[in-house]
Design a binder for this molecule. Structure first.
Ligand code: SAM
Ligand code: ZN
Length: 338
């Protein structure tokens, strides 16, 4: 039987595995959706928890889906893999003939396997074409194509907003300058060196000067932050009462969206204080289970550098009382199951 996080073809332990199982509670049985299947490490943990547990694993990366399906083959019909963007979770469940889930997990971002696979172009540790698409279907644009097409101000905006890089304008100027010379940036090392030359960086810096730029371009090309809040809302709608949602994020932009959305769905107004009337759509449909985000302990952080920035947040769907018109999930009648 496949051991979660170990065994052949499983070089990386899933991040916060034990904590994920604690909050997702898959031993309850039922249907669980792993919305970011990756190589199936968390999914295996869920399937191992009970023989009454089923998993639908979603990933937009066909290669990852293939590898995960191979690894989880021994679970037979208890595991199904679907190629989709997780924002299509509603359609995925409908097409699978399912209505409600006991739990949903999203372990966001890229996998270690994607980062370590040179030709995917996610990392400047390997020289490869600037690709960075999680879904390599032809219709999707690569980072190289994006940099060849976008105006300078737009490149600067992406690097500033998604990379939180103060010197974004200078980097964008250098990228566009190369385009004008008829030598556009098309490789990972080329881009990393260009950024390092454009903004410098001290030898003592903990991270490579191009790290923020790479993160920003990856987020942009995969539209990682777009519809994340909508995904969370849909996932919660699909949970059965007392079902659980677990979200693991890896950078502050993602975590901010997760935190804000969960608060709003726990009934807390997240409007700017200046607004006189609440417009954020706060409604009480969940109870937040993690007052503060759960982060890896020192042992996990030492063993798996990628886990260091992980933050886990979880919530429980509340039972909602029936009104005269039927179930009103937006009512104040939501009651906790505890
Ligand atoms: C951090 S990895 C998940 C690793 C997994 N939990 C495991 O144990 O192996 C994230 C995975 O989610 C996928 N992914 C990221 N965003 C996605 C999205 N919007 N829709 C579907 N899959 C997505 C990536 O392709 C990647 O394989
Ligand atoms: Zn509000």
């Amino acid at each position: 039987m496949f051991a979660p996080g170990g065994g052949p073809g499983a070089p990386h332990c899933p991040v916060l595995l034990q904590e994920t199982m604690q909050y997702l509670a898959p031993e309850r049985g039922g249907l669980f959706v792993d919305a970011t299947l990756g190589l199936g490490g968390h999914a295996a943990g869920i399937l191992e928890a009970s023989s009454e547990t089923h998993v639908i694993g979603i990933d937009r990366d066909r290669e990852a889906l293939f590898l995960a399906s191979e690894r989880l083959v021994s679970y037979g019909a208890r595991f199904r893999a679907v190629h989709a963007n997780h924002r299509e979770i509603g359609r995925v469940l409908e097409e699978a003939g399912e209505h409600r889930a006991s739990g949903v997990l999203a372990d966001l971002g890229v996998s270690s396997w994607q980062l370590d696979t040179a030709e995917r172009g996610f990392s400047f540790r390997h020289d490869a074409p600037l690709d960075m698409r999680m879904d390599r279907d032809d219709k999707n644009e690569t980072v190289a194509a994006l940099l060849a097409r976008l105006p300078e101000e737009e490149i600067a905006r992406i690097i500033y907003e998604y990379g939180e890089e103060r010197r974004s304008r200078r980097i964008a100027r250098w990228i566009v300058e190369r385009r004008k010379q008829g030598k556009p940036v098309t490789g990972t090392r080329d881009l990393a060196e260009l950024v390092a030359r454009a903004i410098g960086g001290k030898r003592t810096d903990r991270i490579h000067p191009a790290t923020r730029t790479f993160q920003a371009l990856r987020i942009a090309v995969n539209e990682e932050l777009i519809e994340l809040a909508a995904f969370i809302e849909t996932a919660i709608d699909l949970l059965q009462p007392s079902g659980r949602l677990v979200m693991i994020s890896f950078h502050s932009l993602e975590d901010r969206i997760v935190k804000r959305t969960l608060r709003r769905l726990a009934g807390q107004c997240v409007c700017e204080t200046r607004v006189p009337v609440c417009v954020c759509g706060a409604r009480r449909v969940v109870e937040i289970l993690t007052r503060r985000p759960i982060v890896p302990g020192t042992a996990e952080a030492d063993e798996n550098p990628r886990a260091r920035s992980a933050k886990l947040r979880a919530c429980l769907k509340l039972n909602t009382r029936r009104t005269m018109e039927g179930t009103d999930p937006s009512s104040d009648f939501a009651v906790s199951l505890h």
